[in-house]
Unconditional design. Structure first.
Length: 298
């Protein structure tokens, strides 16, 4: 039968302190129990592990070899116990999150601020991804949570998705396009104008490509950006028209740096969503982050 782990744990403390008495005190046990356990361990292994004398105990050569292995095992177990204990108390640890640009600015940033104020000892690892990249990082175990825009079908078991907050995009342009304010635009008309948007590796591109196709038009951006927050500066400089979340555009619209154009059929509402892998247990820090995200979404 396998030797019980507790035998090795008691052996570690006897070897560490070179004393049955001190080992018993460290283990909050009795000396007779420690002595009995060491005798059983020696019987199981078929060799003497300690030389006893009136001055205490010393490891035999066999005991030295065993201690070299048990020391590593015990120290690793202690480190694991400390890490888990720290995570339980949220005094340390780490939570890794993959976030799309829209989700980061539309919901996640204030939650991160509040989380860090409450739990300053927890490290945050935030990776800025497109939605498909964030979902891929989640599947690979590189992040514990993904906070992304409407996923356009990327989420499938064992992943689960929870919608947190709705948002709408608005179509904006520089002042040079004020002549387009006369009447709502169709997607066919929009497809003939210079457009600024995200690349094909984003869920936003897939969302609008499908939307244009439903209106018998083709989405072909003249300028492609890596992130949503790059669209508005390009629009300000008159490089084309772009869809951005309403929150992103509010300040620029108030300052009249850009104008909002009307569409005959506005884009449907989208969502910022929380995605996780149901087969992987979350750390305590990630569980708390999830709770705060749900709370922030109302």
């Amino acid at each position: 039968m396998p030797v019980p782990y507790d035998y090795y744990r008691i052996f570690y403390y006897v070897a560490k302190y070179s004393s049955f008495t001190h080992a018993a005190a460290a283990l909050h046990g009795s000396q007779p129990n420690v002595t009995r356990t060491i005798n059983l361990l020696e019987q199981e292994l078929g060799c003497r592990l300690f030389e006893r004398s009136h001055r205490g105990v010393a490891l035999t050569p066999e005991g030295e070899r065993l201690f070299a292995h048990v020391k590593i095992m015990q120290e690793q177990m202690q480190a694991a116990e400390y890490e888990l204990s720290s995570r339980r108390s949220l005094h340390s640890g780490q939570v890794a999150i993959g976030a799309s640009e829209t989700a980061l600015h539309g919901l996640l940033l204030p939650v991160l601020r509040d989380f860090k104020r409450r739990y300053p000892g927890v490290r945050l690892q935030i990776t800025n991804h497109s939605t498909p990249q964030a979902i891929g990082a989640l599947r690979s175990g590189l992040v514990e949570l993904a906070v992304v825009c409407t996923s356009c079908g990327e989420v499938a078991p064992p992943l689960s998705e929870r919608r947190l907050r709705p948002f709408r995009d608005v179509l904006v342009a520089g002042p040079d396009y004020a002549y387009l304010l006369d009447s709502p635009l169709t997607y066919v008309q929009l497809a003939r104008l210079p457009l600024i948007g995200l690349g094909p590796d984003s869920s936003t591109y897939g969302f609008y490509a499908q939307l244009f196709a439903e209106h018998e038009a083709e989405l072909r951006p003249d300028v492609q950006t890596a992130t949503t927050d790059q669209i508005l500066p390009l629009v300000r400089y008159g490089l084309g028209l772009g869809f951005v979340p309403e929150d992103f555009a509010r300040e620029a619209l108030a300052k009249q740096e850009v104008i909002q154009l009307e569409l005959a059929d506005p884009p449907p509402q989208r969502y910022i969503s929380l995605v996780k892998d149901k087969t992987r247990p979350l750390s305590v820090a990630a569980i708390e982050m999830e709770r705060m995200l749900r709370e922030a979404s109302g």
